[in-house]
Design a protein around this ligand. Structure first.
Ligand code: AMP
Length: 285
């Protein structure tokens, strides 16, 4: 496993692979790798000849009050986990390598970043779009792998690639969950034992609302009441948003008009968690 620190090293590795006609896959991450990241890497390894995993805690996507400083970092461990899942190289640049002195160019994807996390984390998706486009230009992958876990992020990247004619395929991968339903996330490490115990409530509430919508049997309660009601019973949880949006435009939508995405963000103690479900159609339709 090679851990590359500079843009020049990655460019050289990828150029050699491309010249030999090999397919290059990129899995962008912020490190603290877990089974969710590994599922993306395994998929990339199955579909590509050279798999590069980037590990970069990107400062431009964190707000001033967010967890940039305390975000877990352990590149050696990440390199082991990446290798185990089939990666060929880890690209772990320092902040100065990605944003050298004089840096001043940013990418803004507009409408799909207006709501959901975009509304609550100003500048977040500008940072994400910028770093991802930089990683695309540095690593020049044929395919890039992203988790559906960060649903809005996946929509933003698809939009960016389409709008700016970036020559690669974006591959969306299913969310990996704990047996109790909690979506794997590097931020789950922040949870206390007690918070970890109640965290699966989030996905349980989403599933209940989704089942109601799918079967058309919500009757007296709106889907929003169901989700907010379930989460509101847990005093440690502060709901940031519960929204019903179109899966492509991400604009607010009547939840009874399928397909629809139910997306939530909650603060559980000091930790912000997001999750969503997609409801494609009614069972009786
Ligand atoms: P992060 O390191 O949190 O920025 O995530 C890097 C990539 O892994 C993103 O494309 C995420 O959507 C994806 N990812 C994170 N958690 C999961 C999960 N539980 N299942 C699938 N993909 C995930």
């Amino acid at each position: 496993m090679q851990v590359l620190r500079t843009v020049a090293e990655v460019r050289a590795l990828v150029a050699r692979a491309r010249n030999a006609g090999r397919i290059v896959g990129l899995v962008p991450t912020m490190g603290a790798l877990h089974e969710g990241h590994q599922s993306l890497i395994r998929r990339a390894a199955a579909e590509c000849d050279l798999v590069v995993v980037s590990v970069f805690v990107n400062p431009t996507q964190f707000g001033p009050q967010e967890d940039f400083d305390r975000y877990p970092r352990n590149v050696e461990r990440d390199a082991e986990l990446a290798a185990e899942a089939g990666a060929d190289a880890v690209f772990a640049p320092g902040v100065g390598e990605m944003y050298p002195e004089g840096y001043q160019t940013y990418v803004t994807v507009e409408r799909v970043t207006a709501g959901l996390c975009g509304a609550h984390r100003p500048g977040h998706f500008r940072g994400v779009a910028t770093v991802v486009l930089k990683l695309f230009n540095i690593c020049r992958p044929h395919r890039a792998y992203f988790g559906e876990k960060d649903f809005q992020q996946l929509v933003v990247i698809r939009r960016l690639v389409s709008d700016l004619n970036v020559d690669l395929e974006v591959v969306g991968c299913e969310t990996v969950r704990e047996p109790d339903g909690l979506a794997l996330s590097s931020r789950n490490q922040y949870l206390t034992d007690e918070e970890r115990r109640v965290a699966p409530l989030i996905y349980r509430a989403l599933r209940r609302a989704a089942e109601g919508l799918r079967s058309g049997q919500l009757f007296h309660f709106s889907p929003e009441q169901i989700v907010r009601g379930a989460l509101g019973r847990e005093p440690r949880m502060k709901v940031e948003y519960v929204e019903f949006v179109d899966p492509v435009a991400l604009e607010p939508k009547d939840p009874c008009q399928l397909p629809v995405v139910i997306a939530v963000a909650v603060h559980l103690g000091q930790t912000r968690l997001i999750d969503h479900v997609i409801i494609e159609g009614r069972e009786d339709a």
